[in-house]
Design a protein around this ligand. Sequence first.
Ligand SMILES: [Zn+2]
Ligand SMILES: [Zn+2]
Length: 351
Amino acid sequence: MPTNSSSATGETPQPGTLGTAWERRTVRTAVFFAISAGLAAGALAWLLQGSGLPLWMGLVGAAVVGWAIYAGMTRKIRRRRRILAQPFPAEWEAALQGDVVFFRALAPEEQVRFRREVQIFIGEKHITGIKTEVDTRTLVLAAASAVIPIFGFPDWEWDQISEVLIYPGRFDQNFDVEGGQSTLGMVGTGFMNRMMVLSKPDLLQGFRNAEDKRNVGLHEFAHLVDKADGSVDGVPAVGLDRQAIGPWVELVRRKMQEIEDGDSDLNRYALTNEAEFFAVATEYLFERPGLMRRKHPELFAMMQKIFAQDLGGRVAALRQEFKRGPVSFGRNSPCPCGSGLKYKKCCLRKM
Ligand SMILES: [Zn+2]
Ligand SMILES: [Zn+2]
């Protein structure tokens, strides 16, 4: 039985990609099923040896069964390593530097991790244009929307989604885009399960205007973070331990009342229900953490805990990056691989 999946394909895994919790989990499960199936097949071969099947043939068959199961179950690991072995495209870097303030405010080593998450998301999920083109910016911003809310969970797996559909504009319940529609994005249910729909102009606008507390990409992925525990109910169990759930529900009720009373700068859409409150508050948190800390300190503290991110510590960097405005990425910029060299002296050469 192969013990090292990378030696089978002859790839050199990138440093740091080995041994993530997800990889270890996957390998453990694969080994368990491969051995179980191999043993079962071996036992069957043993029983059948009287009926004309030579024992050695049965045992080889059992080994093949075990090996095939292992190879099948670890396929995703090998695919992910291939994805991460690719250089980070310069156009993607340009999109991040140009539009994603959150990314620019990260420390260099965190940026390296952010890029890897973007690469994995784009490499493993479908991002499909419906009657519209998915250009580089759209592609990268859809991925950034997925990475920002889970950046505090290094072992996060986006199992809740397999495809993002990009629509040419806002739509309605029937996914018509003919005009007058008002939905900017949605998380699919039923036959649309594991899918998300985003209006392209609103996705781009969400990042372009990084200080209006509105970002539909973040909003929809916040729903998926909420959904990680099985239900989109505004109680994201992922970041809340048992004892924190009661106080969270109570806090949400209070903050919704403030909106109701006209005494809040949270978007009124948050009144729809607790799930929408959480998604709206997420947009606010990631776009204006400093403002939320000032105006809604309790909510800010809870939200930081939920997302396991120290946004308070990043307020100054975010403000500075926001003031600096979009950075253009070019031959003389630091290389996106994180080497510390100029792009032209590093990965541009290797392409
Ligand atoms: Zn929503
Ligand atoms: Zn490089």
